[in-house]
Design a protein around this ligand. Structure first.
Ligand code: PLP
Length: 392
């Protein structure tokens, strides 16, 4: 491979670009995690996170990737044989369900169309059928990173309420938090699982679980084994800065800086920026769609994700070839297709620390790549993105 100069344009849907400010904040010596200084940092992080999650609930922080917080939510809430309803929307929703099954839960999957996302009416219908209230919890992935579909989290809440069902409502916000609208308390989520390496602009290795009073109550009688993940280890400590083991102090240094950056910009502005950049990507893809070219995988504009766009290549073409050329010729890194979407989609991540020229550069590289890969497409996608960005 030729020597590459300049920065790599990193358009993966996680991990995402880590701002220099966050890297610099982490470039410092270790600190005693029991010290007052560290407790002040951890306290600031807990407060800042609560504002991003839009919750008054406690948020527990793990030294683990998102998978850890996924598992933590399950082992703290349930006992063997408890039934959960997984709302299928793509690879990540099914994977959370697989973990639940492996832990000994009874997993029912509500089938869903990967392109349209979860249908709240189907959730309501299924919960109404469950008159005995055997379903203990509903599991939703807010933003399906594998498909670029943003599930309608607030509408699913209303569906649960219309069904009059007491199930706990769990949501994975790993790739929506800090990217687009999410409101834990207003939407009455019981457990919310977040991760560090997407909208929060941090390295991989930290994850979060926000827990409602109803979830804490349920956890009192849960009988799955839990040690490292046990919420009680955090909540019965001196305060919320107590940790399961040694606190990952450098991740906290980075988190403190990332949260300060989000507050400086303002969460609403962060969301607006994501929307503007996402819309630029979508306008490009709509132009490429001409001549039977690639299309946005999400089939319904209501669910197009502001953090990642999955692009479906035309039949007979391989999305992995597009990804490879884009990386090797232009040093632009894209996400690939997961599971059944392998070779069918490439994914343009547009979350985290990103601005207009970065997204335009990436789109230009993709448009050039489509030509080099022999994928039919309409010309002028980048122009459409520029027109949008200049006007918005
Ligand atoms: N959930 C979603 C929506 C994700 O996008 C990911 C990872 O990309 C995960 C869960 C798994 O998180 P992690 O890879 O941090 O374990």
């Amino acid at each position: 491979m030729a020597v590459m100069r300049g920065r790599q344009f990193f358009q993966n849907p996680g991990p995402t670009n880590i701002p220099d400010r966050v890297l610099r904040a982490m470039d410092r010596p270790a600190m005693d995690f029991m010290s007052e200084d560290f407790r002040a940092i951890a306290g600031e992080c807990a407060e800042g996170l609560r504002r991003v999650f839009k919750t008054e609930n406690p948020i527990l922080i793990y030294a683990a990737s998102g998978h850890g917080a996924w598992e933590a939510a399950l082992v703290n809430l349930f006992s063997p044989g408890d039934k959960v309803l997984v709302l299928e929307s793509g690879y990540f929703s099914l994977n959370w369900g697989r973990i639940a099954g492996a832990l000994g839960l009874v997993v029912e999957t509500l089938p869903g169309d990967w392109r349209a996302g979860v249908d709240p009416a189907a959730v309501e219908a299924r919960l109404k059928e469950d008159r005995a209230h055997e379903i203990r919890a509903v599991l939703l992935v807010h933003n399906e990173t594998s498909t670029g579909v943003a599930n309608r989290c607030a509408e699913v809440r209303r569906a649960i309420d219309r069904a009059g069902h007491p199930a706990l409502y769990l949501s994975d916000v790993i790739s929506s938090l800090g990217c687009f609208d999410f409101r834990m308390d207003e939407w009455q989520l019981d457990v919310v699982v977040g991760g560090s390496q997407k909208g929060l602009m941090l390295p991989v290795g930290m994850s979060f679980t926000a827990v409602s009073a109803k979830a804490l109550k349920a956890s009192e009688t849960a009988r799955l084994p839990r040690i490292y993940w046990d919420w009680r280890r955090f909540l019965t400590g001196r305060d919320q800065t107590s940790f399961s083991g040694t606190a990952p102090v450098h991740m906290f240094f980075g988190l403190q800086e990332a949260l300060r950056m989000i507050e400086e910009e303002g969460l609403d502005q962060v969301h607006a920026r994501h929307h503007r950049l996402a819309e630029a990507v979508r306008r490009s893809v709509r132009v490429w769609r001409q001549n039977n070219g690639p299309e946005i995988f999400a089939s319904d504009p209501r669910v197009e994700s502001d953090s990642v766009t999955a692009v479906l290549v035309p039949e007979g073409h391989d999305a992995e070839v597009v990804r490879k050329i884009c990386l090797e010729r232009f040093n632009v890194s894209l996400g690939g297709g997961l599971d059944r979407l392998g070779g069918r989609v490439f994914r343009i991540g547009h979350m985290g620390d990103l601005n207009e020229p970065m997204i335009l550069g990436a789109l230009a590289a993709v448009e050039m790549t489509l030509g080099l890969a022999g994928v039919p497409h309409g010309k002028g996608g980048v122009d459409a993105a520029m027109t949008h960005l200049a006007a918005s």
